[in-house]
Design a protein around this ligand. Structure first.
Ligand SMILES: CC(C)(COP(=O)(O)OP(=O)(O)OC[C@H]1O[C@@H](n2cnc3c(N)ncnc32)[C@H](O)[C@@H]1OP(=O)(O)O)[C@@H](O)C(=O)NCCC(=O)NCCS
Length: 377
């Protein structure tokens, strides 16, 4: 089965009673301050869109005379148009008439192991979710694998995400991916994940790539091992009277982008597209009252049940002043108010400051991944 990842958000506001549509606050104009105890800050009541490929629950009116008035269908939304929703449930594919849909919403991936909300998700499901939080410009599918290219802006948005079944025997699947990247003039990079500390050579895909001359990390230290850390939004300390003001904006503004460019090289056009490409995101920042420059920032990605944190950065002159903690408290506040109990982030294992920061906040390692590419990449 070749599942092309879907395009951007779609308008399903009629099916989201009590929400404001997929882009959260963007229609509301300017930025807002995330205030302590605020209940109506733009950025709240965020909702992910009901997109093809999402896990959804649909309340459906049954035919007249049926014993129950309505029933729920839970599964993957595989197609939609003006007249029908098609859902793959555990047992069957159902084609639902839109006029008989009472309500429908995205739901988080299923629990596949014990633990709290941030621990129960499988590594594959979390990888797929995180890919939606950092959508590549150019996407393709090979079975469950997701092929991503974004003019070289970040490894995540320029690598083949190895999850599930590629629908072809492994050697052909790798050939296909290499061709896909060749056709775009980009180096082929694979992202392979495993449990914490996993031995890359024991993963069948990684082993086949090593055999072909790929190397772990593709020659980059920060690509050797990337940790996926997760935590509970309820466990993050709340904002206090002493917290500096945080601005949260549904739109990407130039000053935010300029500050972001201080921490990593950007690719004009591709960077903006990736940063704004998810079904919902907020751009958070702290501004220095003297210079009026942004000195700390983060991007929050919005998913059903989950928030993602990307690009957390504090200007070197302002580190250890609690700014990053304040930004995460703001993200957690928005998450709690929007029914997102779990938070994820990705941090390179060689970023000891970053890992120490997240550990201090109580986040734990969910799993890890590595990139594999040929030495020349
Ligand atoms: C990591 C980073 C965001 C932390 O920002 P910050 O504003 O300095 O963090 P805070 O002041 O809120 O730190 C809170 C706590 O985290 C821990 N911590 C933060 N930086 C740390 C470091 N360099 N070494 C060890 N512990 C650290 C400490 O326990 C700190 O509390 P303390 O200062 O009272 O000891 C910042 O160093 C940074 O921008 N680094 C570059 C980008 C980056 O690595 N981002 C994270 C990747 S996801």
């Amino acid at each position: 089965m070749n599942r092309e990842p879907t395009d951007g958000p779609t308008d399903e506001t009629n099916l989201h009673a009590g929400t404001e549509g997929s882009r959260g606050t963007s229609s509301q104009g300017g930025p807002s301050h995330v205030a302590r105890g605020a209940t109506d800050t733009p950025g709240h009541r965020l909702s992910a869109a009901l997109t093809v490929g999402s896990r959804v629950v649909v309340r459906y009116r049954l035919a007249e005379g049926a014993e129950a008035g309505a029933t729920d269908f839970l599964g993957e939304l595989v197609a939609r148009d003006d007249d029908f929703l098609v859902v793959d449930t555990k047992t069957e594919r159902v084609k639902l008439i839109r006029a008989d849909v009472i309500a429908a919403k995205d739901v988080p991936p299923p629990a596949s192991r014990p633990g709290h909300a941030h621990e129960r998700i499988s590594a594959d499901d979390l990888e797929k979710l995180m890919a939606k939080g950092w959508q590549a410009l150019d996407r393709g599918g090979l079975g469950d694998w997701v092929l991503r290219a974004s003019e070289g802006f970040t490894g995540r948005a320029n690598s083949a995400l190895v999850v599930g079944d590629p629908s072809l025997p492994l050697p052909q699947a790798i050939d296909f991916v290499e061709k896909w990247y060749d056709g775009r003039g980009r180096p082929t990079v694979f992202q392979v994940h495993g449990e914490r500390g996993f031995d890359v050579g024991t993963d069948p895909v990684a082993a086949a790539l090593l055999e072909r001359g790929y190397i772990v990390g593709g020659g980059r230290d920060d690509w050797q091992r990337v940790l996926i850390m997760t935590g509970l939004s309820a466990a993050v300390p709340p904002l206090t009277e002493e917290s500096v003001p945080v601005t949260a904006d549904a739109e990407l503004k130039l000053d935010w982008l300029q500050a972001y460019a201080e921490q990593r090289p950007i690719v004009p056009g591709a960077t903006e597209a990736v940063l704004t490409g998810s079904e919902g995101q907020l751009f958070l920042s702290v501004t220095d009252p003297q210079s009026h420059r942004i000195i700390a920032l983060a991007r929050m990605a919005i998913h059903p049940g989950w928030a993602g944190i990307f690009g957390l950065w504090v200007h070197p002159d302002h580190r250890r002043e609690g700014l990053a903690s304040t930004l995460v408290s703001a993200v957690a506040m928005v998450a709690r108010e929007n029914n997102m109990p779990a938070i994820y982030l990705q941090v390179s294992a060689d970023n000891t400051d970053g890992v120490a920061f997240w550990q201090e906040l109580g986040f734990g390692v969910h799993h890890e991944y590595t990139y594999l590419s040929r030495p020349t990449a």
